[in-house]
Design a protein around this ligand. Sequence first.
Ligand SMILES: Nc1ncnc2c1ncn2[C@@H]1O[C@H](COP(=O)(O)OP(=O)(O)O)[C@@H](O)[C@H]1O
Ligand SMILES: [Mg+2]
Length: 340
Amino acid sequence: MISIEKVSKKFTSRGQEVKALDEVSLTINDGDIFGIIGFSGAGKSTLLRMINALEKPESGSVTVNNVEVSSLSYRALRPVRHEIGMIFQQFNLLNTRTVYENIALPCIMAHQNRQEVKRKVSDLLSYVGLADKAQSYPDQLSGGQKQRVGIARALATSPSILLCDEATSALDPDTSSSILQLLRKINRELEITIVFVTHDINVIKKICNKVAVMESGRVIEQGDVVEVFSNPQHALTRKFVATVIPEDIPENLQKTLKAETAPCSLIKIRLADRQTTRPLIWEINKRFDVCSNVLFASVTEIGGIVLSVMIIRYSGDPEVIKKVKDFFTKNSIDWQELTL
Ligand SMILES: Nc1ncnc2c1ncn2[C@@H]1O[C@H](COP(=O)(O)OP(=O)(O)O)[C@@H](O)[C@H]1O
Ligand SMILES: [Mg+2]
């Protein structure tokens, strides 16, 4: 388990003080794929570097597998760092060394014996799908292959935690997806906890079970991905989520609707999981004999759970429309009335 408690950190650059982290608290459980999302400068990398003590907090504490890493000396940190692998956006491979040597280096530094290292590197190369690339140099590989080498190197000390700093941000969408799939496999099969820092909500959607949203050095929202995605509280979270779960009426349609004068209500409903298979619109039409028109609908799957958003226009007698709204409330449907 990783426990970050009230961690603060300031930097001074060109005479200006920046609060990179401001009383950040997070708990990351064993087995999580924990996403940390925010725009550039939010403090994500600084927070990630606290976990392997590349950065030390000014106040607060960071505990990894029951060891408080924030107060350890360099020497005492060594065994803890073997527990933690890290991968980067720019891969950080040694270009003058072969793929084999890049992966073997952490084992050699940990004084493992030659035969053991050979077996380990060969197993890791097969695991990440690069069995035939042992003698290649990083420059001869594609971006996705380089990141696979980065992953194999990070796994060389058999860590229990893998830190990923924008690890798919330099890759095209297909390659990025294949790296995310590999990370999910590593999480499940090798039981490695993953902390993934990113500005890309698709990464969170595709592999994370937990998420924390950061802005200006603070965690502004955190929780289960499904809960945060289905009911984002903070404006920034809503902005991120809206890019994967669109919920706006197209602009041209908005113009047409604005020009109409007949009484109507625009209702946005959000359904999750089992609610999505209920024939809700039909039920309401039948019960209240109301005129309904679906103007927008989207269905997205996150963490194996289906989320659906619909915008429905109900027109006719305001009394009847009120009954429809009461029906939503009574049936615990998340709804809101929109104004154009
Ligand atoms: N070593 C440093 N020296 C000075 N300022 C830094 C240093 N590291 C980070 N910062 C500043 O701290 C803030 C958070 O940075 P960072 O953690 O890299 O954010 P992110 O990874 O979310 O883009 C930024 O304003 C950045 O400029
Ligand atoms: Mg960063």
